[in-house]
Ligand binder design. Structure first.
Ligand SMILES: *Cc1c(COP(=O)(O)O)cnc(C)c1O
Length: 384
């Protein structure tokens, strides 16, 4: 389950021949095993809401829905994809810093729990609502909850949530709204975190913040949403998250916060979707330039932009190739020197060789710059 590649070489070869390259393939078995492994360690009062943003592929959503997942959406497009699953009300959340009126209307019509990002969200939702509507309030903590995390952005100014120090004034105004009632808290505080002790510290800080709000304002939270951020390995030397410890830590936190009788929500995207995906692309040509050996591939940052955004490549293997590993710079076909998928050591490549990039089920194709240069969009294959 913690393997970097969801498919062995023979399967990669077969998929490439059957569907052409470049392509993405997702393993239903790996996605199912990952979901079940997480569910198995969580206390019953913890709910899993898959973050659709990580990978909105219809078969993957159906797979998680069948396993009992709830869903975290952040656009009308994601809401529509989840609506197509035909789930009962109450299994969908709607987050995002720029929710338009049409999106709030859609969320209301679907019975979705909105994560309000500030008073404007509450007021606009209130104007659209026709009956009592429970919402969660996203709070931007006043303390640096995961120091140095560029995605989370520290305790400085943020486009997300209401600043912790502005909560009292917001609650006063919110109390005068006709329909909207704050019944939950949302704090998103981690990103690709594989260290269970760090997650415990982050989630503990969120529960402490909830307790302060509960005591100061009498907020009886039905839900505390801890957001996503569970990490996965992207390299052989990276240890996976210790799931048993993670589950135990959440049990301990619930026991320590006896005042809280509601439900904890987790919104994992990367953890649930990442390991099931493999991206397959062939080498188009090789080029030596001033001592660097380039392998130029059929796809690059148009399909996998994460290496450019984070500086962290996806794991790569040369399918069916053995031999001494030598350095290659993997470049894509785009007319920009930004188009690089990593510096890797692989057996000496030749044109036509098949490369597989592992752990590309999350933040893969749907985060890529697919429109740039108008290359055909690669197929996504669901392997059940
Ligand atoms: C991106 C996002 C997630 C998922 O984050 P992962 O790091 O993939 O687990 C969950 N919730 C919200 C609100 C998000 O924006």
């Amino acid at each position: 389950m913690t393997a970097l590649f969801a498919f062995d070489d023979a399967t990669c070869q077969r998929l490439a021949e059957a569907h052409g390259t470049p392509c993405f393939a997702y393993s239903g078995a790996v996605a199912t095993a990952g979901f079940r492994a997480l569910r198995a360690v969580l206390p019953s009062r913890v709910r899993i809401a898959y973050a659709v943003k990580a990978n909105p592929h219809a078969d993957l959503l159906r797979c998680f829905a069948g396993l009992g997942a709830s869903f975290d959406c952040a656009s009308i497009g994601e809401l529509e994809r989840v609506e197509a699953l035909g789930l009962p009300a109450g299994r969908t959340f709607f987050a995002g810093p720029g929710k338009r009126a049409s999106e709030l209307q859609k969320a209301l019509s679907m019975g979705v729990r909105v994560q309000a990002e500030g008073f404007e969200d509450l007021a606009r939702l209130d104007a659209l609502a026709t009956r009592e509507t429970a919402v969660n309030l996203r709070v931007h903590p006043a303390f640096d909850i995961d120091e140095g995390n560029r995605i989370i952005g520290g305790s400085g100014p943020s486009a997300f949530g209401v600043d912790e120090e502005a909560v009292p004034a917001l609650l006063e105004k919110a109390a005068r709204l006709a329909h909207v009632r704050i019944k939950g808290l949302h704090v998103f505080a981690a990103s690709n975190q594989r260290d269970a002790a760090k997650l415990r510290a982050i989630h503990g800080a969120v529960l402490d913040l909830a307790k302060r709000l509960h005591e100061a304002h009498g907020l009886a939270f039905e839900q505390i949403d801890l957001g996503g951020g569970l990490g996965v390995p992207y390299a052989p030397d990276e240890a996976p998250l210790d799931l048993a410890a993670f589950g135990q830590n959440l049990s301990d936190l619930l026991a320590r916060h006896a005042w809280f009788e509601g439900e904890l929500i987790l919104e994992p995207g990367r953890f649930l979707a990442g390991p099931c995906g493999v991206y397959l692309a062939r080498v188009v040509r090789l080029k030596e330039s001033r001592g660097t050996r380039f392998a130029i591939l059929e796809g690059g940052i148009n399909h996998l932009i994460r290496p450019l955004l984070t500086g962290e490549p996806f794991p790569a293997k040369a399918v069916g190739r053995a031999g001494e590993a030598v350095p290659h710079t993997l470049a894509g076909p785009l007319c920009t020197s930004l188009d690089r998928l990593g510096e890797v050591r692989l057996p000496a490549l030749t044109a036509g060789d098949l490369l597989a990039f592992g752990t590309t089920g999350a933040y893969g194709l749907n985060e890529g710059m697919t429109h740039f240069l108008s290359h055909p969009v690669p197929p996504e294959v669901w392997v059940d």
